[in-house]
Design a protein around this ligand. Structure first.
Ligand code: KIV
Ligand code: ZN
Length: 525
């Protein structure tokens, strides 16, 4: 399929597992990556960028396994512009029935300065690496990183070289979220008009959201002839994130009258995967986020509610069912059984094996005893907690009792299980949460710095669960932790411990990452 031959179809390239996972603190486990990949494959994503195989043993293993398991999607891996990266990428993606190698190099003046290549040397590097990739795989994507800040004549030159060397997709990244819709369209239009061979390949658009224009820039590029949109679920990604898959797909669906392009995405699966990605990445979706935010279909003002009751179209441009939101949100109570729980969790994107269900059911009953009504969001919080608990091998909160109130000092009596051994301490602090965190630190000494502490109520009412998010940093490595409980201080302690556990895992991963830094741009492998 080329730009010319399939005018109305837009390919969806999802990079949640690569660009999304690069967001500081969004690391996913191997199992979580496989699960998200399966959901992407199932919802009709055309190409899944499953990871950066040379980045770590873990990335390599995840990309290889996703490649083996994929049923429909093309499986793509990322590689820098050197033979060693490309070979490693091929080793991982070759197991897919439809593999793709994606290789890139920064072409703007700022990025050319990093490997210290002049224009001619870089052009030669592009020719050599794309040729090498194409000799391994007949589906090759090439990206000039920071394309939107690259001199136009040089961009035309290197795109032509990549096409001649065998690239089948040329991706135009707006790496720093700098472009605006008119310019985004213009770049694609001028590439198609001016670069020899442009009509034989697919142009892709890859936009970051630093100025909040990523989705608009992607759609403008589509209108100018791009036929692949690169995006992530919930717009997850470095800094302000990437174009959000759900926004592009729903915009093309709802405004098909003015943007007559189709995607193969089953939009009814959007809500399910959005919740799952929020849960495994630890990046909660903001309430007013387009399409997938909690308030996207909520109406509170009297006028809006009145209008909605008379005709939903007065204030809704799409139906909640279109994105897989069920009409009623009140789901279960203490009399609900195991089968009902399993089916509701499946609807929310959690497929559980029998032994997992057993554990979750016990926790569900405990919650139902404390809380009259259980909503979908309560179940999601419960699942997020049990996901976290599975990873928490080193530290666990065994018990916590706090003394708080107007008379200080506030105090926390905490018992942690550290590598199987119970350890207790009593610590004081400026409030019960501070006292609790001090107690954790006394039991498990660490140098991690707390960067963020956030609490929000999962649902309404004084018996609502509080979700606590914690973000910690240690030697440049960032980990987030989350937990929910009807007791805010307990949720805080568990979230803090969850973040520490993730940091411990990250510490052990640092060795293979060092490898990557030593593979420099001049290394042709
Ligand atoms: O934003 C970017 O430039 C990228 C490239 C690796 C394609 O993610
Ligand atoms: Zn990117």
């Amino acid at each position: 399929m080329t730009n010319a031959s399939k005018q109305d179809h837009v390919l969806i390239f999802d990079t949640t597992l690569r660009d999304g996972e690069q967001s500081p603190g969004a690391t996913m486990t191997h199992t979580e990556k496989l699960e998200i990949a399966e959901m992407l494959d199932d919802m009709g994503v055309d190409i899944i960028e499953a990871g950066f195989p040379i980045a770590s043993e873990g990335d390599f293993a995840a990309v290889s396994e996703i490649a083996r398991r994929a049923k429909n999607s093309v499986i793509c891996g990322l590689s820098r512009a050197n033979f060693k990266d490309i070979d490693r990428c091929w080793e991982a993606v070759k197991h897919a029935s439809r593999p793709r190698i994606h290789t890139f190099i920064g072409t703007s003046p700022l990025h050319r300065a990093i490997p210290n290549l002049n224009k001619d040397e870089m052009a030669e590097r592009i020719h050599d690496t794309v040729t090498h990739a194409r000799n391994l795989c007949d589906n090759v994507q090439w990206s000039p990183m920071d394309a939107t800040r690259t001199e136009e004549d040089y961009l035309f030159r290197v795109v032509e070289i990549a096409i001649k060397a065998g690239a089948t997709t040329i991706n135009i990244p707006d790496t720093v979220g700098y472009t605006a819709p008119r310019e985004s369209a213009e770049i694609i239009r001028r590439l198609i008009e001016n670069v020899p061979g442009a009509d034989e390949i697919i142009f892709a658009t890859h936009c970051h959201n630093d100025l909040g224009m990523a989705t608009a820039n992607s759609l403008a590029a589509v209108e100018a002839g791009a036929r692949q949109v690169e995006c992530t679920i919930n717009g997850l990604g470095e800094r302000a994130g990437n174009t959000a898959l759900e926004e592009v797909v729903m915009a093309l669906k709802v405004r098909n009258d003015i943007m007559p392009y189709q995607t193969g995405i089953d939009t009814k699966k959007i809500m399910q995967i959005s919740r799952r990605v929020a849960s495994v990445s630890g990046f909660a979706v903001q309430f007013n986020k387009a399409i997938v935010g909690k308030n996207a279909f909520a109406h509170e003002s009297g006028i809006h509610q009145d209008g909605m009751l008379k005709n939903a179209e007065t204030f809704e441009i799409m139906r909640p069912e279109d994105v897989g939101l069920s009409e009623t949100n009140l789901v279960m109570g203490k009399h609900s059984g195991r089968a009902a729980l399993r089916s509701k969790l499946a609807e929310l994107g959690f497929e559980l094996a029998d032994n997992q269900l057993k554990d979750v059911f016990v926790r569900f009953k405990e919650l139902a005893d404390r809380k009259k009504e259980i909503f979908e969001d309560d179940l999601i919080a419960l699942m997020r907690d049990s996901d976290a608990a599975e990873q928490n091998d080193h530290l666990k909160v065994k018990s916590l009792r706090v003394v708080c109130g107007t008379e200080g000092p506030q105090e926390a009596q905490l018992t942690l299980t550290i590598d199987g051994e119970d350890k207790s301490v009593t610590a004081t602090g400026d409030g019960p949460v501070d006292a609790t965190f001090n107690a954790v630190k006394e039991l498990f000494d660490h140098t991690a710095r707390l960067q963020l502490y956030q609490v929000h109520a999962v649902t309404e009412g004084t018996d609502a669960q509080a979700t606590v998010s914690v973000r910690m940093e240690e030697d440049g490595k960032i980990a987030t932790g989350q937990s929910a409980d009807t007791d805010t201080v307990v949720a805080s302690a568990k979230a803090y411990v969850n973040a520490l556990n993730r940091l411990i895992v990250r510490r052990s991963k640092s060795a293979p990452n060092e490898d990557v830094k030593s593979v420099n741009y001049k290394d042709h492998g």
